[in-house]
Ligand binder design. Structure first.
Ligand code: FAD
Length: 439
């Protein structure tokens, strides 16, 4: 990339870490734990918090640092299952079950708002709404057909904004109108991860980082868990490793890794543009995502000074620095006046897709798991972790529709999608281009 695009002091760590880098802890691995949670992101921390509220002793392990994964790298856009509500569910599950699944997913949004308020988590949370920008007139029509349904499911308004009025939501003519979804918010993901960890710790959970789980074996009525720092016994184990589930250095639950497709999502942060410019480009300071198959999502930073622009800039194993020029290109396609704006940070993290496009919780060989937020897991992972904890503690007092669904994999798939992702990515890009040409 042209050197001038990179600001002096350019970094390949998340901009979020400037305010809330996941700290290194020096807690040691205990010999045993009543409940062991593997994976210290939102799902694992939320599970730990709920388990402590139920009086269970909990230890959370993370191979890197607590909150180091997607949970401190994401775009900070908060929504309740908008993606789940559009995946052809009725054909796959029948009308009644499909509705139960959509309701279960939508409940993640009030749950995260409640969690932030109850625990007093200082994470710049705002219920500011989302603008879903249509990539083509056809996409706009499809959104319009879904708009009332989404409003009904979430219980909060959603409305269409035609192209002629688009500048009420976005300072650009790049898209063909879109949908305003009010039941959505935004936060600072690093601060949220830090706050959730602090809440779990204050409630009595033990958080241990730098310990990679490499295998889990049933033994007696509990488990023997092998790690790169020795063994630990546990009465029960919850695996919440999500997009980081498959790893050559050790995989906690290979059965789960075979059901998840980890995909890199990439983000850049621009230099400060000034609050006036941000107001002009993001009137109302909403979160924005587009309807492309290879989507873009973008937002002002919580302090209103810069833009964070994210997307699936590559389907190969590319670094954040490699993909920064492509993201800068998408940014300037939308906002041509930002051509000369420099990038201060570029980073990446793994999201986890599933073959049925649904998040899941369940139990396999006695091991509890939660995973598969389809790149939309700020609220969802928090909610799945909570529900998984209720299930593990035998405290769930009603069925949860994302629990125990058939969880498909594919023949010969072991958790590494790198051989087929470039093909799928290329196909999606082509279809995006065709949709746009037809406009
Ligand atoms: C760039 C990016 C942008 C995103 N933007 C958004 C957004 O705007 N809105 C939204 O809703 N969602 C977004 N997401 C998705 C969201 O961040 C995730 O769905 C959510 O954070 C998942 O939380 P988690 O706890 O399940 O997993 P993670 O936060 O990924 O945590 C998993 C943890 O498991 C640990 N681990 C893995 N294997 C082992 C092992 N063997 N032993 C011990 N520990 C292990 C890892 O170190 C990691 O810390 C984005 C994700 C990315 C990467």
């Amino acid at each position: 990339m042209q050197a001038s695009r990179l600001a002096p002091g350019f970094k390949t760590s998340p901009w979020w870490w400037e305010a809330a880098e996941p700290p290194r802890r020096d807690a040691t691995l205990p010999d045993r734990a009543a409940v062991l949670v593997v994976g210290g992101g939102y799902a694992g921390l939320s599970a730990a918090l709920t388990l402590r509220r139920l009086g269970r002793a909990v230890t959370v392990l993370d191979a890197e640092r607590i909150g180091w994964g997607a949970s401190s790298r994401n775009g900070g856009m908060v929504s309740g299952g908008l993606k789940v509500a559009r995946t052809g569910l009725e054909q796959a599950h029948g009308a009644v079950q499909a509705r139960a699944i959509v309701d279960a997913a939508a409940a993640s949004f009030p749950f995260i708002e409640e969690t932030i308020a109850r625990e007093g988590i200082d994470c710049d949370y705002v219920r500011g709404g989302r603008y879903l920008a249509a990539w083509s007139p056809g996409h706009y029509q499809a959104m319009a057909a879904r708009c009332d349904y989404l409003a009904e499911v979430t219980g909060l308004p959603a409305r269409m904004l035609p192209k002629a009025r688009q500048r009420e939501a976005l300072g650009s003519d790049h898209y063909h109108g879109g949908m305003l979804a009010d039941a959505t918010g935004s936060l600072h993901p690093g601060k949220y991860a830090r706050g959730l960890a602090a809440a779990a710790e204050a409630a009595g959970a033990r958080l241990v980082d730098g310990v990679r789980v490499q295998g889990i074996r049933a033994e007696g009525s509990g488990f023997r868990v092998q790690t790169d720092k020795g063994e630990i016994r546990a009465d029960s184990v919850l695996v919440t490793t999500n997009g980081y589930s498959h790893d050559r250095r050790g995989t906690a639950l290979p059965w789960l890794a075979r059901r998840l497709v980890p995909l890199n999502s990439y983000i850049i942060a621009t230099e400060e543009l000034g609050e006036g410019k941000i107001e002009e480009l993001f009137p109302g300071r909403r979160m924005i995502s587009d309807s492309k198959r290879v989507l873009n999502y973008f937002r002002p930073s919580p302090d209103g000074k810069r833009i964070l622009w994210g997307g699936r800039a590559s389907f190969r194993a590319a670094t954040a620095e490699d993909t920064a020029p492509a993201l800068h290109g998408y940014l300037t396609a939308c906002f041509p006046e930002l051509r000369d704006v420099q990038i201060t940070h570029a980073w990446t993290g793994y999201v986890a897709f599933t073959f049925d496009h649904l998040p899941h919780i369940g139990v396999q060989d006695g091991i509890h798991f939660a995973a598969g937020c389809q790149g939309s897991g700020v609220a969802m992972a928090t909610w799945l972790g909570h529900n998984l904890a209720l299930k593990a503690a035998g405290a769930a007092n009603r069925p949860f529709a994302l629990d125990g669904l058939a969880f498909p994999t594919r023949p010969f798939y072991a958790g590494n999608p790198n051989w087929f992702l470039p093909l799928i990515g290329g196909w999606y890009r082509l279809r995006d281009r065709i949709d746009r040409l037809a406009a």
